[in-house]
Design a protein around this ligand. Structure first.
Ligand code: SF4
Ligand code: SF4
Length: 226
C-alpha cells in the first residue's frame, strides 16, 4: 500500500481555498488502506441490507478497522461501473484528495494530497474546504469519526491506568482488534453491542441508524468509565 504524498501541509482549515471535481474514474480505489469506524461500517451495512456483524466479516480486515482489498490491491467494493456503495462510501473516500487530522489540541486541519497518476479530477475552480465537505456530504462522517476517536481514546486511557500492563495490552488488543465471530463478539460491532444494551435497558432496538450509533457510543463510554 502506497503512502499518499502531500500537495500541501496539514495546515488547511474549513475556510481555506480548495476546490475539486471528481470524475469517478476509480483510479484512486486501489492500493489504499481505507480506515473505518463503527459508523462507517454501519452505513455500509445499511446500504447493503446486512447486519454489521456480516459486513465486518465479509468486507473488512484488521478487526473491522480497514476496508478489505482484493488480491490485486483494489477495494473490495470497486465494481465495473465504479464504487458499489457510493452513497455509503467511507469518509476517506469522500475527502480524497483531501486528508483530515485532528491535532492533540483538538484543532481540525486538512491537507491536499497528490492525486493518483491518471486521476481525471479537476483541481481548478473556486471554493473552500467547507464547500467541498458539503458537496461530499461528509459532515455526519466527520462528527461520528470525532465521537468514536474520543471514546476510543477514553477506553485506551482507562486501560492504561491499570497496573497490569501486559494484560492491559492484551485487553486493548481484544477490545479494538478482535475479529468478529458469532462466538467472539467485537465491541466495534454496532448491531451486537446495541442489541445487548437495548436488552439490558429493556427497550426495543431503534430502527434509526443515528439512534443506534448514540447507543453504541454510550455502551463504549460505560465500559471506559467502569
Ligand atoms: S482518481 Fe480522481 S477523478 Fe478518479 S475517482 Fe479518484 S478522485 Fe475521482
Ligand atoms: S469504498 Fe468505493 S470509493 Fe472507497 S475505495 Fe472502495 S470503491 Fe473506491
Amino acid at each position: 500500500m502506497e503512502r499518499l504524498a502531500l500537495r500541501t501541509p496539514f495546515e488547511l482549515v474549513r475556510t481555506s481555498c480548495f476546490a475539486y471535481a471528481c470524475r469517478r474514474c476509480s483510479r484512486c480505489c486501489s492500493g489504499k488502506r481505507i480506515p473505518l469506524d463503527p459508523y462507517e461500517v454501519a452505513r455500509i451495512a445499511e446500504q447493503l441490507g446486512l447486519r454489521t456483524t456480516e459486513t465486518l466479516e465479509r468486507y473488512t480486515t484488521n478487526g473491522g478497522a480497514l476496508l478489505a482489498v482484493r488480491e490485486e490491491g483494489e477495494c473490495v467494493f470497486l465494481g465495473a461501473t465504479g464504487c458499489a456503495i457510493h452513497p455509503a462510501r467511507p469518509l476517506a473516500c469522500r475527502l480524497y484528495p483531501l486528508g483530515r487530522r485532528v491535532t492533540p489540541a483538538d484543532e481540525e486541519r486538512f491537507a491536499a494530497v497528490v492525486p493518483d497518476p491518471g486521476c481525471e479530477g479537476d483541481t481548478g475552480g473556486a471554493g473552500t474546504v467547507q464547500d467541498y465537505l458539503e458537496q461530499q456530504q461528509a459532515e455526519p462522517f466527520v462528527v461520528a469519526a470525532d465521537r468514536y476517536r474520543a471514546v476510543l481514546e477514553k477506553l485506551v486511557a482507562a486501560l492504561l491506568e491499570r497496573d497490569d500492563l501486559a494484560e492491559c495490552a492484551q485487553e486493548v488488543n481484544d477490545l479494538l482488534a478482535r475479529a468478529p465471530t458469532a462466538q467472539d463478539e467485537s465491541l466495534l460491532d454496532v448491531d451486537v453491542v446495541v442489541g445487548r444494551r437495548c436488552a439490558e435497558l429493556g427497550v426495543p432496538v431503534p430502527g434509526d441508524l443515528e439512534a443506534r450509533i448514540v447507543l453504541h457510543l454510550e455502551a463504549l463510554e460505560a465500559i471506559a468509565s467502569a
